[in-house]
Design a protein around this ligand. Structure first.
Ligand code: UFG
Length: 335
């Protein structure tokens, strides 16, 4: 039986995709160096290979050993702020890493790729909702590294016959509705887990700026459930397997939601107030970012199941309530 290789399958979005692949009856091999991911998060995979993304030999043997006929490439660094401080690391990991995966695919004749991209390829929006045609002008190294690979892919398509679907996530959020998987970054910088921790009295919380030109002064974002993102990966793979063309899709709910809306949703779901301090704006935060996902809905039939912000927050809270230290044990988290 052929397999799907999932790089970064021990990470947040990757692990949810692995579970969805496995539930679709596909054989899954995770390739991850566990630098940020968690071994436990890979338990729905059929095989696990611990390896570096630029290790060509290990990548190629993983592909050969498991008869891989498609790759989902998630393995990358993902913090906008860190990418401004350490662009070299981001180019090495995200550009050279992805090129190593592409090289291995070409060498081993793997013809299908689903590539994780981001809303950060657009930079400051010139119009909303953001469609696939919106100008690509990243304002940080993270967005540049993802765009560099997006731009390489059509050339790999023409020269080597490698077909790809690029998925540009807006704000991935929530956790597996069965409670089997969740978000566990160290440090955790994302809004929803931080606000949940504040509601549970575990941490302090700041809103980064309430003087934006938005209805309530806080940034508007487009939160999309991680399980809905995972489902989009399955549709993308099915389309490639059916001989469909290379494509790029934006993935969001199309619902602009402010930081205050999220804080209110957390208070409703947890049943406790979120103690909030107002801090300065965070560098590199656009005021408004939300997607048009009309194209993937129309072309691949994507239909998000967990659209409401309360539903998204409920799953995130359920995971964080039961697993305060995420995949780590409480003792590991103390260290
Ligand atoms: N925020 C706070 N307080 C916090 C954390 C976040 O007010 O403690 C605000 C941010 O300023 C932002 C919103 O909540 O307005 C969402 O912030 P996140 O850090 O959760 O997510 P980002 O929008 O910064 O990042 C997401 C993806 C990135 C992607 C980026 C594109 O996680 O991968 O969108 O702008 F690059």
């Amino acid at each position: 039986m052929t397999s799907v290789l999932v790089t970064g399958g021990a990470g947040y979005i990757g692990s949810h995709a692995v579970k969805a692949l496995s539930e679709s009856g596909l054989r899954v091999v995770v390739y991850d160096n566990l630098s940020a991911g968690h071994r436990e998060a890979t338990r729905f995979a059929d095989a696990f290979v611990e390896g570096e993304i630029q290790d060509a030999d290990t990548l190629r043997s993983a592909i050969r050993d498991h008869d891989v006929d498609a790759v989902m490439h998630f393995a990358a660094w993902l913090s906008v702020g860190d990418s401004v401080r350490d662009p070299a690391g981001y180019y090495r990991n995200n550009v050279m890493g992805a090129l190593a995966v592409l090289d291995a695919m070409v060498a081993e004749h793997v013809p299908r790729l689903v590539f994780s991209s981001t809303a950060a390829v657009f930079g400051n929006p010139v119009e909303t909702p953001i469609t696939e045609e919106h100008p690509k002008q990243p304002i940080n190294a993270y967005g540049e590294t993802k765009l560099a690979i997006e731009r390489a892919l059509p050339h790999y398509g023409r020269a080597y016959g490698l077909r790809s679907v690029v998925l540009r996530y807006f704000n991935a959020a929530g956790a597996d509705p069965d409670g089997a998987l969740g978000e566990d970054h160290d440090p955790e910088l994302h809004l929803i887990p931080r606000a949940v921790d504040a509601a549970l009295g575990r941490d302090s919380f700041q809103i980064f700026g309430d003087d934006y030109d938005t209805p309530d002064g806080t940034c508007l974002r487009d939160y999309v459930h991680v399980t809905d993102l995972a489902a989009a990966h399955i549709l993308a793979l099915e389309s490639l397997r059916a001989g469909g063309p290379s494509a790029r899709y934006n993935l969001g709910n199309g619902q602009p939601t402010s930081v205050r809306d999220v804080v209110d949703a957390v208070a409703r779901v947890v049943g406790r107030q979120v103690p909030v301090a107002i801090g300065p704006r965070r560098d590199g935060d656009p005021a408004v970012l939300f997607a048009s996902s009309a194209r993937i809905k129309q072309e691949l039939g994507w239909k998000p199941r967990f659209e409401h912000i309360d539903t998204i927050v409920r799953t995130a809270w359920a995971w964080r309530d039961v697993r305060p230290a995420g995949y780590r044990t409480a003792a590991q988290a103390e260290r």
